[in-house]
Design a protein around this ligand. Sequence first.
Ligand code: MN3
Length: 250
Amino acid sequence: MMRVRFPPPAFLSPIPLSFPSRRLLGLAAALILLLGTALPAWADFALPPLPYAAEALEPAIDAATMTIHHDRHHGAYVANLNAQIKANPELADLSLEALQGRISRFPEAVRNNGGGHWNHSQFWAVMAPFGQGGSPSPELLAAINGSFGSLEELQQQFSQTAAARFGSGWAWLIRRPDGSLAITSTANQDNPLMDLAGLERGTPLLGLDVWEHAYYLKYQNRRPDYIQAWWPLLNWNEVNRRFLAAGTTD
Ligand code: MN3
């Protein structure tokens, strides 16, 4: 802490300004104060709204589960991540996606909450009301057939991986750097973008949340039933978009 002695040194004395300048300075200060209190700091992470109504995915996923999952669980990841900015100021300069690729440099609280924020943001977007998700594009279907033999085989392997994840975590369909597709699973809120040892990295095309909070109200211990009911909600239009975007960054 800097202590000011009296009388203050010359550089702390008020700068003599003429009346109009002082007035402008005062106006500018008032404006900055107003903006500072009215808007969140630009660097804060924000909870994205659900892209559909909470009941839009019923009966596969009930409105209460969606509301609690989005508002409280995802909301808490965002709030907890923002609370980490003070202790880790470099967070303020990173996009949420860029953070994932540098996550090993940060404490566990950033890994858990930064991962939780990214994972859930992609999760809401990869679902759509029944009948509105489209179908795999010819390009994506060709890649699926090349890596798995068929769409049915992909779905079967993905469902098995999601059901077999012990405890809390995610199942992923990723595009590997060589262009092939693969199914992976991560624990807790880790994801395939993270620079963590022992984790298969790639561009996530879709991620399914298999934490109990994602399905317990309706399905209790029947995770495989939740996974089976989830497939018809898959937003293939978003998966197609991610697949195309991943191909352009090679
Ligand atoms: Mn969740």
